[in-house]
Ligand binder design. Structure first.
Ligand code: MG
Length: 388
């Protein structure tokens, strides 16, 4: 698509039918609010020129949290919607008043997190020859009229299930909404009342609207199917020095030496933090927690690992497995391995069966063999959305 389009995402409904006690568009789906999924799909389009989210006036805080971390000049400040969907759309269109009236605008429901590019392409293509474009799917089930008893079958001919985003020219849909004071199920209705020609374009089953509680289960399956597996590795060394214990995997292991380190010198957690960051391709522990920063002096290393774990969640992924090897002649690791597994699993937020702690000597060779220091190697396996 060569011409740029603007988008309005309508997120002003209360959406409590889907359960969970908060509006469905803010409920998390694989670590990201439903709204954020819908938003990210739009922002991933290079032909998008401006995007505005219409929110309920009480949801400013929720929206700020959902949009956190987005640094994209095309995303405009959210605007407050009205009592009906039509009023909310009018508010969204008003926030795009500076754009050329001939600009294509796609109006989309926040509760449809999985709009495929093909649906957006189809709507934009439909707009080339019509005033509007409405993505639809055929009705596949037989239709019946009746109450508790079947009365008569209805023809499916010419019937379609409507989806969003629905596309229009900014000036035309703004005028149509201005002329239509009442509520409307969607924008194609408003457009048709105004006499606009609306093309039917291909929708997609994946582009369903989250409405009932069971829809979250279906949505979670779709997210799960889009995950891929990535692996990162880490390695860390600290020199032995004066002390009476070493921190290993978040456990204080008694020893006749300590380690020389800026933080608590936990080689296991440092190697694992680097492994998780490696799976994310987000640099290393030193990039996020520079040793030159006095804030990390003597710091408990679980906070470094917790940060990496939080980044996995923010990227929409989860930790699958961690495998650790400690290299030293002493202290003996075996008696502490179970406690280390449990503590590491706790920081990672996974079952201890997903954490492996092993140890080896280096046969008296090298710096570990000479007892000058201790080292650890880590491998982290992470599930991440393939497109992120
Ligand atoms: Mg270290």
């Amino acid at each position: 698509m060569e011409t740029a389009f603007a988008a309005v995402i309508v997120a002003a409904g209360r959406g409590l039918r889907a359960g969970g006690g908060e509006p469905k568009q803010y409920r998390p789906l694989a670590g990201r609010p439903v709204l954020r999924h819908a938003l990210d799909r739009m922002l991933a389009r290079r032909d998008l020129c401006a995007l505005v989210v219409v929110i309920h006036p009480e949801d400013a805080g929720r929206c700020a949290a959902a949009l956190g971390g987005i640094d994209d000049p095309r995303l405009r400040p959210p605007v407050a919607g009205g009592a009906t969907r039509a009023e909310s759309v009018r508010a969204g269109l008003a926030a795009l008043a500076d754009l050329d009236p001939a600009t294509a605008v796609l109006i989309h429901d926040a509760a449809r997190p999985f709009v495929p590019d093909a649906v957006i392409d189809g709507v934009l293509r439909g707009l080339e020859s019509s005033d509007g474009a409405l993505p639809v799917l055929p009705v596949v089930d037989a239709l019946w009229r009746g109450d508790s008893l079947a009365d008569q079958p209805l023809s499916r001919d010419g019937l379609w299930r409507a989806q969003t985003p629905q596309g229009f020219r900014l000036g035309a849909i703004r005028a149509a909404h201005a002329a239509h004071a009442g509520p409307a199920d969607d924008d194609a209705v408003v457009a048709r009342i105004a006499g606009l020609r609306v093309a039917l374009t291909p929708g997609a089953e994946e582009n369903f609207k989250i409405t009932a509680p069971g829809d979250f289960v279906r949505a979670a399956r779709i997210v799960e199917a889009a995950l891929e597996t990535r692996t990162g590795q880490g390695f860390d060394v600290h020199r032995f020095g004066p002390g009476d214990h070493v921190m290993l995997g978040g456990i204080a292991v008694p020893h006749d030496r300590g380690v020389v380190a800026h933080s608590d010198g936990d080689v296991v957690l440092h190697a694992l933090t680097d492994a998780v960051l490696g799976a994310l391709a987000e640099g290393d522990i030193g990039r996020w927690f520079p040793p030159s920063d006095p804030r990390w002096r003597g710091a408990a290393s679980d906070r470094f690992l917790a940060h990496a774990v939080r980044r996995v969640a923010e990227r929409g992924g989860r930790i699958l497995h961690a495998d650790l090897t400690v290299l030293c002649e002493r202290p003996r690791i075996g008696p502490h391995a179970a406690a280390m597994r449990a503590r590491i699993a706790d920081i990672l937020g996974v079952d201890a069966r997903r954490v492996s702690v092993k140890a080896t000597t280096t046969e008296g060779l090298g710096f570990t063999g000479r007892g000058e220091g201790i080292a650890a190697m880590a491998t982290a396996t992470v599930a991440l959305p393939a497109d992120r």
